[in-house]
Design a protein. Structure first.
Length: 81
């Protein structure tokens, strides 16, 4: 199971801070790298998951702003039959 969180925001309070809060409150999920080829990454200001996220801004990426994080559920893998 995977969940993607994205915003059209450049604000850490709506991006990295939300990712940190999700991980604090949902131990069954972990952050995984989102859009690995995207060069602009999230910040470490709210925890170690930031660089796994992608971030876009007007100055660097010529966009109005974008953020994306990906979470995967941790747990036992099912046996393949």
């Amino acid at each position: 199971v995977a969940v993607t969180y994205s915003t059209c925001s450049i604000h850490e309070a709506e991006n990295e801070a939300v990712v940190a809060e999700v991980l604090r409150n949902n131990s069954k999920f972990r952050a995984v790298e989102c859009l690995p080829k995207w060069k602009s990454r999230g910040t470490l200001s709210h925890g170690p998951a930031g660089p796994l996220c992608c971030r876009a801004s007007h100055d660097v990426d010529l966009t109005n702003g974008f953020f994306c994080a990906r979470f995967e559920k941790q747990g036992k893998k099912r046996k393949q039959e």
